[in-house]
Structure formats: structure tokens, C-alpha cells
Design a protein around this ligand. Structure first.
Ligand code: PAP
Length: 331
């Protein structure tokens, strides 16, 4: 891709591609519209929503990772909000008491921002220059599409995945809120078909998960691979694992004082969902924060999908993840 032509507002790089040039590139890419209403463009092996394209390219071309950075990576609807809440609370446990945590008045997405959206998108709200280290930043980008500096530096990546059926259903509900429409069960079949073909936001799902999985196997010090369902089952040991990976392990004293339980209590789905900010406030795009808190469980897909869809997904998981030792819990 051509070099960018304008100064980058986010990191001060000299050249950045103009929006018009980016639009031209977009027009050359394969495009599919998913039933949820988003236009997805196929770029270097992945399907990206047009709304993030500018930010995706800018992030890829400009971001310079620092060794102390922590990058939170997820396929959309895999538990990003929970992971952001947890990492924020772990990282700031000595800066704020639990009763004064910013999480009580701000949505987790407001505390840890997406690189390809709020940081490198068209209307950035954060300049990276001068930001104190260690920085905690988030992305939905697949591993193969990450800027090389993330791969080459010593910065760490936490990847959280979730079973594809709950991801699929969660996204459909989310999309309905974003587009201000109603959930239409008659669109599920077509949407599922596309998801299985790999056509979904940041899809193919399989490649996304597998790339981070392989990286975590090859470089476990660099990439921590977590599963939503396992975290739900055993939050304490996952919270400990996360803190240790972040280089901020809980001390014996903290453990005996119940600090891990406090972290989990603050980041608990029900607790966050019931906060005023998450019940009644909106983000900068005018979308209600409550869209990030629906059911927060495992297996809701069973209320929407048929047994033959489950069968198809099981086959796909088996086929795509063959030889990887990777599997999902669907309930
Ligand atoms: P994003 O990808 O748009 O950033 P993300 O947080 O990954 O959103 O997805 C939202 C899902 O995480 C929702 O799942 P559901 O639709 O199946 O209910 C949401 O309920 C769930 N979620 C949000 N916060 C938590 C939490 N604290 N604990 C567990 N699940 C959560």
C-alpha cells in the first residue's frame, strides 16, 4: 500500500494517507454486506468493517509498540469489556481503592481504548505521544495484521477467545442496538452461513483464533491465550494468571486479604451492568453502554440456533483446528 501523505495526528509521523486515498483503496477490495447491515471489505485475508478501515491502516502503518505495552486482543464479542475491566483494575489496584475505582463511573471501553478506532481512527480522542508507560491498549485485529513493532518488541499481548456460537449470537444483538433495528430471527440463517464462510467482522473467526493460539504456543511469554468459558468457570486462577502475565502478580499478602476476590467483584458482569453509567449513559457515538452487557453467560446460542447449526459448527471447529489441541466449550 502507498505511503501516507499527511502528518499522523496520533503519533506525529510525517506521512499519512488522506481519507480520499483510503477511499480509493477501499473501492478496489472485495466487499460483502452482512445481514446486520455492515459493509465488510476483504483486505489481506480478513474482513474489516468499512467504518474502521482508515483506523486499521493507520494503526498498521504508524503504531510503534513499546516494550512495556500491554495489548488486549479479541475477536468482537468475546468478552473484551470484561478483559478491559479486569486489566484496568489489576493495573491500577494501588492507584485507587476499590470503592473509588473509575470503573464505577466509566465504561471499561472508555478506560482502555481501541487502537484502530479511538486512537488511529478518523476522529482520534487520544494522542499516544507522551502517554505514561506502561500503556494498556486494545484491538480486534488478527495477529497477522498487527503492526510489526508489536511482533518485534517485547510488548505483551493478552488474547481472549470465546466459543463461536455465543460470539455469533452476541454480535447479532449488538448490531441491532448499533443500527437501531429489531432482532430479526429470519436473518439468522443467512448470517450464520456467512459466518461459517468466514465473512464476519474481523473474520474469518478461525484464522483469528488460530493465529493467536499458535503465537501463544510458540511464545508463551509474549502472548497469553485465555478462554471466556474457562474464565467463567474458574475466575480466581485466571485473574492470578492475568496479573502474573502483566508483571503485576498478587502478593501472598494481597491474596490473604482477598484482593483477587475484590477485583473480580468489581468486574463482575452483574455489578458492571447495574452501574448508572452502564445502564443509562451513551458512548461518544451515541450508542448506549448497556449494549456491552446483555447476558454475560455461556450457551445463550441454544435459544436461537438449531441442532444442525451446532453440528455444522462442531464439524468446522474440528476441521479448522485439526492438530492444534484447541477446542471450545459450548455450554
Ligand atoms: P466488544 O467486542 O464489542 O468490545 P465484548 O465485550 O467482547 O464487546 O462482547 C460483549 C459480550 O461480553 C456480551 O456477551 P452476551 O451478548 O453473550 O451477553 C456481554 O454480556 C459480555 N460481557 C460484558 N461484560 C462482561 C463481564 N464483566 N463478564 C462476563 N461477560 C461480560
Amino acid at each position: 500500500m502507498e505511503k501516507l501523505k499527511e502528518p499522523c495526528q496520533t503519533c506525529g509521523d510525517e506521512e499519512r494517507m488522506s481519507e480520499e486515498e483510503m477511499e480509493k483503496v477501499l473501492k478496489t477490495l472485495p466487499m460483502e454486506k452482512i445481514p446486520e447491515g455492515f459493509d465488510l471489505y476483504f483486505y489481506e485475508g480478513h474482513w474489516y468493517p468499512s467504518i474502521f478501515f482508515y483506523g486499521i491502516i493507520s494503526f498498521q502503518q504508524h503504531f510503534k509498540a513499546q516494550d512495556a505495552d500491554l495489548i488486549l486482543a479479541t475477536f468482537p464479542k468475546s468478552g473484551t469489556t470484561w478483559l478491559k475491566a479486569l486489566t484496568f483494575t489489576i493495573a491500577n489496584r494501588n492507584n485507587y481503592s476499590f470503592s473509588e475505582s473509575p470503573l464505577l463511573t466509566r465504561n471499561p471501553h472508555d478506560l482502555i481504548l481501541f487502537l484502530e478506532d479511538e486512537i488511529y481512527g478518523k476522529n482520534p480522542i487520544l494522542k499516544l505521544e507522551g502517554l505514561p508507560s506502561p500503556r494498556v491498549l486494545a484491538t480486534h485485529m488478527p495477529h497477522s495484521a498487527l503492526p510489526t513493532s508489536i511482533k518485534d518488541s517485547d510488548c505483551r499481548v493478552v488474547y481472549l477467545c470465546r466459543n463461536p456460537l455465543d460470539v455469533f449470537i452476541s454480535f447479532r444483538h449488538f448490531a441491532v442496538t448499533v443500527s437501531n433495528t429489531h432482532f430479526d430471527p429470519s436473518l439468522i440463517e443467512e448470517s450464520f452461513e456467512m459466518f461459517c464462510r468466514g465473512v464476519s467482522i474481523y473474520g474469518p473467526f478461525w484464522d483469528h483464533v488460530l493465529e493467536y493460539w499458535k503465537e501463544s504456543q510458540e511464545r508463551p511469554d509474549k502472548v497469553l491465550f485465555l478462554k471466556y468459558e474457562d474464565m467463567k468457570e474458574d475466575p480466581i486462577s485466571h485473574c492470578k494468571m492475568l496479573a502474573k502475565f502483566m508483571g503485576l502478580p498478587f502478593s501472598v499478602e494481597e491474596e490473604s486479604q482477598g484482593v483477587i476476590e475484590e477485583v473480580l467483584k468489581l468486574c463482575n458482569f452483574g455489578k458492571l451492568k447495574d452501574l448508572e453509567v452502564n445502564k443509562n449513559e451513551k458512548n461518544r457515538n451515541g450508542h448506549p453502554y448497556c449494549m456491552f452487557f446483555r447476558k454475560g453467560g455461556v450457551g445463550d446460542w441454544a435459544n436461537y440456533l438449531t441442532s444442525s447449526m451446532l453440528e455444522r459448527m462442531n464439524k468446522l471447529v474440528e476441521e479448522k483446528f485439526v492438530g492444534s489441541d484447541l477446542n471450545f466449550k459450548f455450554s
